[in-house]
Structure formats: C-alpha cells, structure tokens
Design a protein around this ligand. Sequence first.
Ligand code: AMP
Ligand code: GLY
Length: 427
Amino acid sequence: MKILVIGKGGREHALVWKLSQSRGVEKIYCAPGNAGIAQIAEIVPIPIDNLAALADFAADKKIDLTVVGPELPLTLGIVDIFEQKGLRIFGPDKAAAEIEGSKAFAKDFMQRYHIPTASSRIFSNHMDALDFVSTVSYPLVIKADGLAAGKGTIIVTSPEEAKASVVNIMVDKVFGQAGERLLVEEFLQGEEVTVMALTDGERVIPMVSAQDHKRIFDSDKGPNTGGMGAYAPTHVISDKMMKRITEEILEPTVSGLAEMGRLYKGVLYTGIIVTDRGPKVLEYNCRFGDPETQAVLPLLETDLVEIFSDIADGYLNIDEIKWKDQSCVCVVLASRGYPETHENGIVIEGLENIKGKDNFVFHAGTTRKDGKIVTNGGRVLGVTTTDHTLKGAIGKVYETIQQITFDGMQYRHDIGMRAVKIDSSYF
Ligand code: AMP
Ligand code: GLY
C-alpha cells in the first residue's frame, strides 16, 4: 500500500511514524513534511493548500490512501476533490469540516442538537456587540468567528477589555475576514481536556483522552499557543465520564451532522471543559490535535492503516480499538519568541543521542540545511515518552530533553505535572 500524508508538523510526524509500522505499507509520501518525517517517508514539495497538485500527485503515484493532518485543506474541500477523482482519502468533506471552519456554525449546531456548550451570542455588527458587552458580567470570552490561527479567542475580565477586543476584531480586522462575525461566550470553569473520536459518519469510537497545555509559560501563564505539550490518558476522564461524553457529545454530533446531510468521516476533535455541571464543548476541530496526537498515537495498539482505510471506505468495521495500559507525555521544544515570532535556521544539536524504545522525538518546525537539522518554525520538536505511570513518563521525558539543545530553545517544565500533583522541582 502507498500512503500520502499531508502536513508538516509534529502531528504528521507521529502519524507517519505510526502508519509506517502497519503491515502492508510499502511506501509513505508526505507533503510537504519536515526533516524528521524525511527519515521515514519521501518528502513531496507540494503546499497543503494546492489541492489540485496534491490530487494529481496521488493519481500519478497510484496512492492507495491519503491522510490529511491540518484543517486548511479539509475546510478547502480536499476530500471532495479526491473523492470526485476516485481517490481514497481519510478526513471529513468540506461541508462536514465546517464544524471547525466556522465557530458560529458550530454554536448553532450545538444549540440545535442540544449538545452541552457555553451559552453565547453571535454578532455581525460591532455596535450591537459593544452594547452587549457593557451589560453582562465578567469574565467572558470573545471569539472571532473564522479561522484565526488559534489566536482569535480572548478571555476578558472587564467591559473595557471586551470593548477593545470587539474593536480589534470587527473594526480594525486584526484577523481579517475571520472577524466579520464575533461570538461573546460564557466563561467555563473546569479542567480542559481533548477527546478525539474516530468515526465513519455513523459509528463513533473515542480515542484515549489527552490534555494539552496551551499557554506558553509554566503554571499556565502567558499567551495562548498552538499547544506546548500534552499527556494521555488524562486523570479527568474516567470510564464513566468518557461514556457520558460519548453519549452526550460525540454521538449526537456525528448523528446531527448526518441528519443535516453532512456525513462526517475521519477524526472528530472535541475540546471539552469538565465543569461541575458536566462536560461542555468548547470547540470542535475537524482533524487530529497537535500536540495531543503525539501523546495519543504511541499508546495505540490497533493497526492505524486498517482504521483509516475502513473510515475512508465509509464503514468502520473494527470491534474495538486497543490501547497500551501506559501513559505518554509529549513536551514541545519551541523557538525563542514563539508564539509571536521565531527565527529559522538554527542548528539543533543532540538528536543523535536520543535512544530507547520508549522515547520519540517528533519533528515539527525542522528542515535540513547544509546537511544539518535546523529550526524551521515556532514549535520545533515534540519530545515524547511512554512509561507504565504518568509520573515515570514525565521523569523520563525531561531527562531526554537534556540531550537536545538549540539557541533560544524554550519549553514548559510542568507538562502533565498538575495531574500527578508534583511540581517541576521534583525532577
Ligand atoms: P479556542 O480559540 O476556541 O480554541 O480557545 C482557546 C482557549 O481559550 C481554549 O483552549 C480555552 O482554554 C480557552 N477558552 C475558550 N473558550 C472558553 C470558555 N468559554 N470558557 C473558558 N475558557 C475558554
Ligand atoms: N492542540 C490544540 C489543537 O490541535 O487544536
């Protein structure tokens, strides 16, 4: 079997790595990939949004299965284009991917199908939004409607801050078109978890839960990022809570979309806050999470190619998905200045020292220059370790990180630690 993976982050490295272990995989291509992916797959220099070129490539190379990492090609309709050409692809089509592409659509959808979420109001006129935020209690959350590279959500604690955000988003258009509509949302208190589910549009199988660490600095300080680290499974989601999430959130989401004529095939990502009134959806994504996927896939036992092929064919025929009875932690090593800015081209040292079957270094922003692996993005590497306990995995992952260095390298020292009630001085 020949497989094409689309994307270039740590998530895609984890996907390529896991897929490469499947029986019957003859070759994996990755567009556009990174320096780590290049060690196990053939790199194809096609950008993720050049859908026509990707489809031509898949047809030309007789690719048996394409797996899409990021949301952009999905929301642009890559699945529709591939399927029209008779090419097998894992992911939701354009209509189903709108669950991530528009927050307003997702909110309307949740209200219609009684899926628990924060209460909210949608505005398409900035004057109405400004009036509204003068009358409500704080904190609350302001969100640009469209895709804003993870930066379109602002938690505000006063009417002044709220008004400034409304003006930034709707008048000054700092997120461009994404700010044409705006959501004002209730602030939810509780632990935030990620539950990703595999679905063929009818059957829904949740994966082990994960917890991301979105803020740049230790103890959840500083601005939001794409995610600075994750662990899986989480302490927050018991079997009973997972059953509740499946019945109250995942299944009604997939069946609701199907009822609207939007058959969802692929992985459905739900960002959930477990409040004292139960689990509530913060956001949907139409793809695997990053870095969550780097912490989840090392625990997977079932053959991933089999799962993806079944779903691409529209019929998930597997009895159950099996997981290792272990914990996994992924710590992101980021460039100086991330999430605002970053420098590229800085040599990364020590990668060759990483040993041990439980340690993985997933590459995100890396490339090769003059024979050396150099930085090429804000999030550079995802150092990942599995162990029988979460505490053990955390200890090992921070030991592994000591082997790697590049100028400006920054990372959080507390990934997963709140879950085991230890602080970073322990290690
Ligand atoms: P989003 O842009 O929707 O992915 O949100 C980014 C982050 O903001 C989330 O991961 C949460 O940590 C936080 N957040 C978003 N909405 C809410 C909310 N209604 N209540 C509390 N925190 C929120
Ligand atoms: N780590 C959050 C996301 O993938 O959206």
